[in-house]
Design a protein. Structure first.
Length: 278
């Protein structure tokens, strides 16, 4: 078995450039962890040709969660290969109905990134052990926080993390700070993992995973302290005002207009009893 990391570059807007990693599991057959943004299927297909494999060998796609940069080519691969789509129950609705996802989580150029809705063939849950082929199984590990029901996948001594670990220097995006914290602890407590594969960062190893998790915990704690101070001193109630104040305190004004960061701030507000919606 070999793991291949395929970097997919894309633009949310002309100003916001991003990338996501799609992971190709090469064994007797081939399997994908996440699928990249809509339109990136040719990049994956070209890469497979360079290693002597063909898209027809893709038997399954394991989706960590429903966001556009993870599900974008799933429908294309299903149509061209007949592969099965695996995802958790809590992410299923947004995968099977991208219009619903856009209504509930609108972002710029959503449909150019998310592509088409796709039926989930197999719903997974924490602890599931899914046989791929002889002596090769994939285990499902619940790691919510970034999204409502995100999962990570363990394959032997490798863990595919999706966006479960907030990355230092990047925009912290999660919808439940307590779930995000618990997921970090889940990852830290797993035994026998040698390689950690995030969707938005370089590969982590045993030597630096603790630092990555510590950095992520610091990000969450620091944001919570800022929100708590604003609620106690400024007594702000409007989420836009609170977000603006957080950005000013952190000297990150460019985050003020980011709707996903606003959801992160809201997650912290809901953690405090003195937050009152109006």
């Amino acid at each position: 078995m070999r793991v291949h990391q395929i970097r997919i570059d894309f633009a949310v807007t002309e100003q916001v450039k991003r990338y996501v990693f799609v992971y190709l599991i090469e064994a007797k057959s081939c399997y994908l962890i996440d699928s990249g943004v809509y339109g990136s299927e040719e990049q994956v297909a070209r890469y497979m040709k360079t290693i002597g494999r063909d898209i027809s060998e893709v038997k399954a796609i394991f989706l960590t969660h429903a966001h556009p940069d993870h599900i974008g080519t799933a429908a294309w691969f299903r149509e061209h290969t007949g592969c099965k789509i695996y995802a958790s129950q809590g992410e299923r609705a947004w995968i099977e109905n991208v219009d619903l996802q856009y209504q509930e989580r609108p972002i710029p150029n959503f449909y150019k990134l998310a592509g088409k809705s796709i039926k989930v063939d197999v719903t997974v849950r924490d602890g599931d052990l899914i046989p791929l082929e002889d002596n090769l199984n994939i285990q499902v590990i619940s790691t919510p926080g970034h999204s409502v029901d995100e999962v990570s996948y363990r394959l032997k001594n490798s863990l595919f993390l999706g966006d479960a670990i907030p990355v230092k220097g990047d925009i912290p995006i999660y919808i439940n700070m307590h779930d995000a914290f618990r997921s970090l602890q889940t990852i830290r407590n797993l035994n026998g993992i040698c390689n950690y594969y995030p969707a938005w960062d370089h590969t982590y190893s045993v030597s630096n995973i603790d630092k990555k998790i510590n950095d992520a915990e610091h990000i969450i704690s620091m944001l919570d302290e800022q929100v708590q101070t604003i609620l106690e001193i400024d007594r702000a109630t409007d989420i836009t005002i609170i977000t603006n104040l957080v950005c000013e305190r952190l000297k990150m004004p460019y985050l003020k207009e980011n709707p996903l960061f606003r959801k992160t701030v809201l997650a912290h507000c809901l953690n405090h009893s003195n937050y009152k919606t109006v």
